[in-house]
Design a protein around this ligand. Structure first.
Ligand SMILES: Cc1cc2nc3c(=O)[nH]c(=O)nc-3n(C[C@H](O)[C@H](O)[C@H](O)COP(=O)(O)OP(=O)(O)OC[C@H]3O[C@@H](n4cnc5c(N)ncnc54)[C@H](O)[C@@H]3O)c2cc1C
Length: 582
């Protein structure tokens, strides 16, 4: 099957759908492809909480305050242009979603803005604490469905981008090759502009908040097409992912809304509230940032003060049932079905992989170095630097998606004809056609093994020996995977799908481990046990490229605006060291 379109969008999360809407209203034909169901496959539909944006609806605010907070979290590594875009255009996207009927929560007629750790004032809008992402997705899905210029194709796995030379132009991305999962049929797509909006990479880790579609496909697609990646070492771990008791039908990061509304106490197996030991005295409130909380929980477990399943306790026992019900109504009933009564017992929580700050290098038009290739959403690298403020990810998906759609449309207006050549699609088509019937590898087990390697050796706290061990394991697995896919290529051939997933996951995992090994300091979400301090000479972004000898890294000095306060030192390490001594 062959498809022709002005704009191909890969991924239909918040970024992909907003890009589709924007490109279509600029007069382009759009082909919106997703390996899952349209608008239901990635992180956006799973996000339950809040969106950070300087609306100033209740408390006076300005995008520059949001920008300062974003740069502070990024600890000197934010791409200033992208961070500014995110903060400056966020309010506009939020208002547009309101016009489309999302129904942001309101109080006294004004859009409510909640406080979230790390923001200097209440800045986070929401629909309802467990429903924000689903509402964003539903609203965008509605607009996408009403557009006659957007064709949607679910169950379509993009396998490779097609790079080809134009008549009088350099090499450019001119479309993609895809696998139609329900039939096993190959599909070629010719496009004048292609937007990668494939979300993040947290499926690389054993414990993650991701859907099965977030193994970092977009990073691998971009690398193979010649586009560089940046800041790949910065994986954000969400500190209080649900650990125990067993919880069915609810999101593993659902405890954050509880923390926003009711505070709650993080305690160790001695019953102590322990965050003060790491520089942040919470005293029942929720004021600790994600990196400090992750550090504190991991260190308590290492010191033998963890909960039975290897995390910390989170307790709401000081709250009455009436308070819990007033805050969470039906959620309390769902917890009861899981035999959880928060007035009587604490639950156990531990860090899980949640978000990725790194990604594809782009300019403020969302154009990559490769003509014809754009990027949007979590797949973009650099906006959040070494760490992300909570609520910034959905804002980034919306703002960057809209901008990518607009830039793609501008490119389409300049382009004359499709540059797609079927000869350039041949290598990817050959790959799809050559499924081998090998029984010497178990792709499902390999994915699990890779997730364990990443969790154990490239997790929140890193050390040279383990990072080297991870690189050896990844190398062995890459050789075992081989160059030819396995499976029969029939309908929903899981072995074939997993082979393509592993092809990408291994390449991306290698890039993360390499960047983590090279960065011999601790900064933001990247913490090295053997290099605990943040070093001025490491105020550099690491740019990864794929060459004939594999992935290589180049350090590039970070540009930070002069007015940002120098308060990036990770105080929790200093305080912790002092406490250990005293
Ligand atoms: C459980 C959870 C809760 C969160 N809560 C919040 C929150 O409260 N606030 C906040 O700001 N952020 C939150 N985040 C982060 C935020 O949701 C994401 O960063 C953001 O939604 C990413 O949007 P996106 O459009 O870039 O990607 P996604 O929404 O992840 O969409 C990517 C899409 O690409 C598709 N895709 C991937 N690879 C391919 C391929 N090869 N071919 C075709 N399609 C492909 C996927 O199927 C998916 O549909 C949360 C994340 C999770 C996982």
């Amino acid at each position: 099957m062959h498809v022709e379109t002005d704009v191909l969008i890969i991924g239909s999360g918040g970024a992909g759908m907003y890009a589709a809407i924007e490109a279509a209203r600029a007069g382009c034909s759009v082909f919106l492809a997703d390996r899952s169901l349209i608008g239901r496959g990635g992180a956006t539909v799973m996000a339950q909480m809040t969106v950070a944006v300087a609306l100033g609806s209740q408390t006076p605010d300005h995008w520059s305050h949001h920008y300062d907070d974003t740069l502070e979290a990024g600890r000197g590594l934010c791409d200033e242009r992208l961070a500014r875009l995110l903060c400056e255009e966020g309010p506009d996207c939020i208002r547009e979603l309101e016009d489309w009927g999302i129904g942001w929560a309101r109080k006294d007629g004004r859009i409510t803005q909640a406080f979230a750790p790390g923001h200097d004032r209440p800045r986070c809008v929401y629909v309802d604490f467990l429903n924000t992402g689903p509402a964003v997705s539903k609203t965008l899905r509605g607009v996408v469905t009403r557009s006659k210029d957007i064709r949607k194709a679910g169950d379509l796995l993009i396998v490779d981008l097609v790079r080809t030379g134009g008549e009088d132009s350099d090499e450019e991305v001119a479309g993609a090759v895809a696998l139609h999962l329900p039939t096993g049929a190959p599909v070629t797509i010719a496009a004048k502009a292609t937007i990668v909006a494939t979300g993040g990479l947290t499926r690389l880790y054993r414990r993650n908040s991701a859907s099965a579609n977030m193994g970092g496909d977009g990073y691998a697609l971009a690398l193979r097409a010649g586009a560089p990646l940046v800041d790949m070492e910065f994986v954000q771990f969400f500190p209080i992912g649900h650990l125990a008791p067993r919880l069915i039908g609810m999101d593993p990061i659902m405890w954050d809304p509880f923390r926003y509304k009711l505070g709650g106490r993080l305690i160790n197996n001695a019953g102590e509230e322990f965050t003060a030991r790491y520089g942040v005295s919470e005293d029942g409130r929720y004021v600790i940032t994600r990196d400090v909380a992750t550090y504190a929980i991991v260190k308590e477990v290492e010191a033998g003060r963890g909960s039975p399943h290897g995390g910390a306790y989170l307790s709401f026992e000081h709250c009455s049932e009436a308070e819990l019900r007033a805050a969470f109504g039906p959620v309390i009933d769902r917890l009861a079905k899981n035999n959880i009564d928060l007035t009587k017992t604490p639950i156990e929580v531990a860090p899980i992989a949640h978000y990725h700050m790194g990604g594809v290098v782009t300019d403020a038009r969302m154009e990559t170095e490769v003509p014809g290739l754009l990027v949007a959403g979590e797949a973009v690298g650099g906006a959040n630097g070494a760490n992300r403020r909570s609520g910034n990810a959905i804002t980034e998906a919306l703002v960057f998606g809209r901008r990518a759609g607009r830039s793609a449309a501008a490119r389409v207006k300049r382009a004359r004809a499709h540059a797609f050549r079927s000869t350039a699609a041949r290598p990817a088509l050959d790959l799809l056609a050559c499924g081998a019937d090998r029984n010497d590898i178990n792709t499902a087990a390999m994915i699990q093994a890779l997730q364990s390697t990443m969790a154990d050796d490239v997790g929140p706290f890193r050390i040279e020996a383990k990072l080297n061990r991870a690189l050896v394991t990844i190398g062995e697995m890459t050789r075992a995977l081989g160059e030819r896919p396995i499976g029969d290529g029939g309908a929903f051939d899981l072995r074939l799908l997993e082979w393509f997933d592993l092809r990408n996951m291994l390449m991306v995992a290698r890039t993360v481990a390499m960047a983590a090994l090279a960065r011999t300091e601790s900064r933001g979400a990247h913490q090295r046990e053997d290099f605990p301090g943040m070093l001025p000479q490491w105020r550099v972004n690491q740019v990864a490229r794929l060459g004939s000898s594999g992935v290589t890294l180049t350090p590039v000095p970070a540009v930070t605006p002069a007015h940002v306060p120098e308060k990036w030192e990770p105080v929790f390490r200093k305080e912790h060291a002092q406490n250990q001594r005293s």
